[in-house]
Write a protein that binds this ligand. Structure first.
Ligand SMILES: [Zn+2]
Length: 93
């Protein structure tokens, strides 16, 4: 999937449309010792059977995300593009 390098869009800080720079959003690292992750691991313990919180169906694609940077206020905001897709997002040259 291709996406332009610059997009003219609304900036909620400047409250007007400006030409934003587009960057691919990189996902942060999940903390394995976070409280929610530990609770989830506790739920999955045991011997077989039906366990709450265990995924039975895997989603086919990922939702691609971009970071928009406003040149006026230098603020960044994120945007999710379309639905789930298997294709990686790439910026047009
Ligand atoms: Zn702005």
């Amino acid at each position: 999937m291709k996406y332009p390098k610059e997009v003219r869009t609304y900036c909620p800080v400047c409250k007007e449309h400006t030409v934003h720079k587009v960057k691919l959003a990189s996902k942060g690292k999940a903390r394995s010792m976070a409280a929610g992750n530990r609770k989830h691991a506790r739920k999955l313990m045991g011997h077989g059977g039906k366990r709450a919180g265990e995924k039975t169906v895997k989603k086919q694609g990922k939702r691609q995300k971009i970071v928009l940077e406003c040149p006026q206020c230098k603020k960044k905001h994120e945007r999710v593009i379309g639905g789930r897709t298997k294709k990686k997002l790439e910026l047009e040259s």
